[in-house]
Write a protein that binds this ligand. Structure first.
Ligand SMILES: CCCCCCCCCC(=O)SCCNC(=O)CCNC(=O)[C@H](O)C(C)(C)COP(=O)(O)OP(=O)(O)OC[C@H]1O[C@@H](n2cnc3c(N)ncnc32)[C@H](O)[C@@H]1OP(=O)(O)O
Length: 150
């Protein structure tokens, strides 16, 4: 299956965090795995906070884009929309993002971000997220994504 972000139409694929058409961005890729969503990302050394640890703003960016992609995917699944179709028909933006930084995130490691659907209430989609490095939870987050009107 393709990454969720690779299903965004070309004219909506310039997001700094995840747009496939933004050559200077992070180009985060998120996949559906069972009942969860998963992204993997290894930060460049320039994203340094305390030496040896990853800058929190980057972590927020990863959770932001993981969350909106997950929200769109969970909404599609709830409506039995095929995620293999060329363009994703549901678009979500972030209304609220809460992050708890639990531990310093080590540099030089692959970060794994997982999302679980919390709730869908009308156009509001809430997703719980964790970010781990070497199996250690370094951050947790909750996003409220809003489905854009047609
Ligand atoms: C598009 C596809 C490509 C996606 C690219 C990846 C995106 C990557 C993630 C991002 O960085 S997105 C950029 C950051 N986000 C924004 O710039 C969003 C700015 N805010 C808006 O555009 C609007 O406020 C928004 C679309 C979120 C909502 O406006 P609407 O007029 O469509 O909805 P409305 O205000 O009627 O709210 C709908 C529901 O959401 C609730 N809501 C809206 N904003 C909220 C908020 N901030 N906190 C809590 N609830 C909120 C609101 O109370 C209401 O609840 P109820 O349905 O129960 O009445």
């Amino acid at each position: 299956m393709k990454a969720i972000q690779d299903l965004y139409p070309d004219n909506l694929a310039h997001c700094y965090g995840c747009g496939k058409n933004n050559s200077q961005g992070h180009q985060l890729k998120t996949y559906v795995e069972g009942e969860e969503t998963v992204s993997r990302f290894t930060p460049d050394m320039k994203y340094t906070a305390i030496p040896g640890s990853v800058y929190g703003g980057l972590i927020a960016s990863l959770l932001d884009c993981h969350g909106t992609a997950s929200a769109a995917a969970f909404a599609c699944i709830a409506e039995k929309i095929d995620l293999n179709q060329v363009d994703l028909p549901i678009r979500c933006v972030t209304a609220n993002l809460n992050i708890n930084f639990k531990a310093l995130t080590p540099q030089g490691e692959e970060l794994v971000i997982r999302g679980k659907l919390k709730a869908i209430e009308g156009r509001k989609i809430s997703v719980d997220m964790t970010l781990t490095a070497k199996g250690v939870v370094c951050a947790t987050g909750e996003i409220l994504a809003i489905r854009l009107k047609e």
